[in-house]
Each structure stands twice: as structure tokens, then as C-alpha cells.
Design a protein around this ligand. Structure first.
Ligand SMILES: N[C@@H](CCC(=O)N[C@@H](CS)C(=O)NCC(=O)O)C(=O)O
Length: 257
């Protein structure tokens, strides 16, 4: 797909919003669950397949990145709440039993961080890493904080283990404590950077990793975001992007409303 096709998809999406009386404010748009996927708008048969679960923030990162790059893909739902990640078929794709997994022809990549770097190399259009080494390192650092020091401490299997072996209240407190610890660090790291997004006025990998994490923090763990004004401003900007909205849990084919 060319960049022109991608651009056309955006224009069509904007026309749909305008003439079908779909919500136009950011908060209304964020609630919206019936918006067509970017692949459907563009009307192209996808070459890539993404194994994903609607509520998985790690899958949301990859869906967001694929949309930013204008790459259509087939959505393969893996129901984590029913344990489908443990089936022998899925184990062949990812022996660690986690989504997301990206299949691109013969190439199978699991782990959102690895998938992002793979996409960046293979599909360089709409770069998700800046050329400037310092800015690039900052993007990788932010993505790594989310993927190594926040999300693993509140993932399904971690919380299930704590619930069963310690208690439900302790499990929630553990998740909240670690999300806040990570957010405190991100707030300090990004507070002096100017621009609408995490590392300036372009959406990069740091945003791709932070946005689903902030959404999960607010919705699942009821984190008081007033303590993180810079993160809130970044999230407000990202929430307005069609590529992010289209990747949101409510708009996925396996979403349960
Ligand atoms: N580092 C991995 C983490 C993947 C991960 O934790 N996936 C979660 C969903 S966000 C999962 O599949 N959980 C299943 C489970 O805990 O059993 C990545 O970034 O992709």
C-alpha cells in the first residue's frame, strides 16, 4: 500500500465522521465502538496477521503502530480470559504464551518491542523512531520503561498469581504502586520536553507505548492522573488521533461490549 492510499484512508475516515454524524469531540470519539478499521476503509486484503486480544495493552501498541504506518493486517483474536494463549497451536507461535504475535509471511515475531523494531526496519514509511540518536534513545528508554518496568507488574498472569497466593486487595495495590512508580519516572523524564507528544511534535515509539499504558492505568487501575500533568497532555493529543482510536480495545472484532 502506498502512502497515497493511507492518506486517502484518512480523508475517507474524516468524511465519515463529518457526514455520518459520528462523534467529533475527543471524549465522544474515544467512546466510539463502531468505527470501521483502517484496513476496511482502504479495502485492501492484508498480508500480515496480528494475534491480539482486544483488552491487551501490548497488542494495542502494535495495532497503533500498524495504523500509523498505514499497514493493513488480518486480526486473529486470542481470548486470554479463556486461556487460548495456552493452546498447542498458539504455543508454536509464542512459547511464552503472550500476545501480540505478528506473522508476516514466513516471519513470526512476538513481543511488542521486537515487533516495533521489526516493522521499523521492514516498513520504514512513517518512521516511529527519530533519526537523532539522543531522541531515539529517549524513545527506546520510554518504551522500555513501559514494557519492562510497568506492564509486567500488572499483567494478567502476575495479578492472578498474587490474587491466588496473597489476596485480591494486595494484588490491586501492587499493580497501582508499580504503575505510579513508572509514571513518576516518565513524568520527570518528559516534563521539560516541548511539543504535543512525548518527545516533540511527532508521534514516535514512546507515544505508541505510553498511550495504551495510560489508558489501562485510568480504566483498569483507576490511577489519579492529576499527579502527572505532562503525561495527561500527551495522552490528550494522542486520544485525538484516528490511528490510536481505531486501535482501541472497543473497536476490535473480539471486543465484548
Ligand atoms: N513483553 C511482552 C509482554 C506481552 C504480554 O504481557 N502480553 C499479555 C497481554 S498485554 C498477555 O498475553 N498475557 C497473557 C497472560 O498473562 O497469560 C510484549 O511487550 O509483547
Amino acid at each position: 500500500m502506498s502512502l497515497t492510499d493511507c492518506f486517502a484512508g484518512h480523508i475517507i475516515a474524516k468524511i465519515l465522521i463529518k457526514y455520518q454524524q459520528l462523534p467529533t469531540t475527543r471524549s465522544e470519539a474515544f467512546e466510539l465502538s463502531t468505527f470501521p478499521t483502517m484496513a476496511a476503509i482502504i479495502g485492501e486484503s492484508p498480508k500480515l496477521a496480528l494475534y491480539s486480544y482486544w483488552q491487551s495493552s501490548c497488542s494495542w501498541r502494535v495495532r497503533f503502530a500498524l495504523n500509523l504506518k498505514g499497514i493493513s493486517y488480518e486480526y486473529k483474536a486470542v481470548n486470554l480470559s479463556k486461556g487460548e494463549q495456552f493452546t498447542p497451536e498458539f504455543e508454536k507461535l509464542n512459547p511464552l504464551h503472550f500476545v501480540p504475535v505478528l506473522v508476516d509471511g514466513d516471519v513470526v515475531v512476538s513481543d511488542s518491542y521486537a515487533i516495533l523494531l521489526y516493522l521499523e526496519e521492514k516498513y520504514p514509511q512513517r518512521a516511529l523512531l527519530p533519526a537523532d540518536p539522543q531522541l531515539k534513545a529517549l524513545n527506546l528508554q520510554v518504551a522500555s520503561i513501559v514494557t519492562s518496568s510497568i506492564q509486567p507488574l500488572h499483567m494478567l498472569s502476575t495479578l492472578k498469581y498474587l490474587e491466588q497466593n496473597v489476596g485480591p486487595q494486595e494484588s490491586l495495590l501492587f499493580a497501582q504502586t508499580n504503575v505510579e512508580k513508572g509514571f513518576n519516572a516518565l513524568e520527570k523524564l518528559l516534563k521539560d520536553i516541548n511539543g504535543k507528544y512525548a518527545t516533540g511534535d511527532e508521534v514516535y515509539m514512546a507515544d505508541v507505548f505510553m498511550a495504551p499504558q495510560i489508558a489501562a492505568a485510568m480504566q483498569r487501575f483507576k490511577i489519579d492522573m492529576s499527579k502527572y500533568p505532562r503525561l495527561c497532555r500527551i495522552f490528550e493529543s494522542l486520544k485525538a488521533l484516528l490511528e490510536f482510536l481505531d486501535a482501541s480495545p472497543e473497536r476490535q472484532p473480539d471486543a465484548v461490549h
